[in-house]
Design a protein around this ligand. Sequence first.
Ligand code: TRP
Length: 341
Amino acid sequence: MSASSDKTRVLTGITTTGTPHLGNYVGAIKPAITASQDPSVQSYYFLADLHALIKCQDPKRVQQSRLEIAATWLALGLDTDNAIFYRQSDIPEIAELNWMLSCVCSKGLMNRAHAYKAAVAENEETGSPDPDRGITMGLFGYPVLMAADILMFNADKVPVGRDQVQHIEMARDMGGRFNHLFKGQYFSQPDAVVDERVQVLNGLDGRKMSKSYENTIPLFVSEKKLLKLVRKIKTNSLEPGEPKDPDTCTLFQIYSAFASVEDAAAMRVEYANGIGWGEAKNRLFEQLNAQLSEPRERYQALLEDPGHIEQVLRQGAERARAEAAPVMDRLREAVGLGRFV
Ligand code: TRP
């Protein structure tokens, strides 16, 4: 099954350093799985495990996260006959393209990358004599590797969060520069897609749900743990019977991201009628649990069968490499690294 060229090519990567949480599901996984069911789309979804090494030098965590993220996407119904699902590290062509792009990418462009700038700013704030303290070449060149991910498969659309838009623009820049230098149409220009309708969920403390704030609800914790976490979501001190505002309420926000439109509307009425926080939390737990219990079982079964996950990812890598290898041959030729005969 090869990707036909008239389909829109949608590509995105997931950095493998954490455990997927409700916010990842609502903001990225669910829309990606839905998009991959569109017959006019060929999707490329991959575990950005080379990117994981930038932030994480804990091999157990990287390995565990790769397994958990793969199991999560499969448990939630990603159709891997349709989507091409692979590990970045299984595609050596990506690392090779990373180098070729590094050699056309100006250092000045990377100086402007926000992840690098944020790291420098932090060093300056803490009064470090060396602004580059603790900054690796991996972090500095992170947008080049991301450009290699994207340009390797000539992606048309790259669904990402707002913070990643700059990197897509940099990928366009590098692709265009390569085309210009080597006088050919080697790379097309990818577009970032930031879906404003996709919800950014809040976490336990009311801030954006994020691993770095340690305020997440992991997707597939046990029922007991899920209930415990839902009970920890911060609410105000209004008593049962007092009307409550759903629009400023994390509980309601999470509820409505999982409930049907009708159930969410009914919950609004309950808020106006003064539902107590304990009761609202029970309802949220029930809603989440109803939707997550089946995939949770599939997830557990998958984790117990890593051989199956390995096989699925290898098949994905085979399909991805079938596309990447001829592209790389052409690029080697272009830069003067082709075969002699
Ligand atoms: N850097 C992205 C993130 O942190 C993950 C990623 C790596 C990615 N390579 C990509 C996303 C290519 C889109 C396309 O979210």
